[in-house]
Write a protein that binds this ligand. Structure first.
Ligand SMILES: [Zn+2]
Length: 59
């Protein structure tokens, strides 16, 4: 998974598209519109559930 860079299209905080890479770490982004910095990070591959009848968060 290393070397794979994910590019956000919209700021997760304000929804603007004025994003640019920030810092040395891949996945660090900053938004020029709301002046927030954030990280975009791959966490896991999820497996699709067989049906949507299950609750979102199992008890
Ligand atoms: Zn923003």
């Amino acid at each position: 998974m290393s070397g794979e860079r994910q590019v956000p299209f919209y700021c997760p905080y304000c929804g603007e598209e004025s994003l640019r890479p920030s810092g040395a770490e891949a996945g660090d982004w900053e938004c020029l519109a709301c002046a927030r910095g954030f990280q975009l990070r791959f966490t896991a591959v999820i497996r699709p559930r067989p049906a949507d009848s299950h609750p979102r968060i199992p008890a």
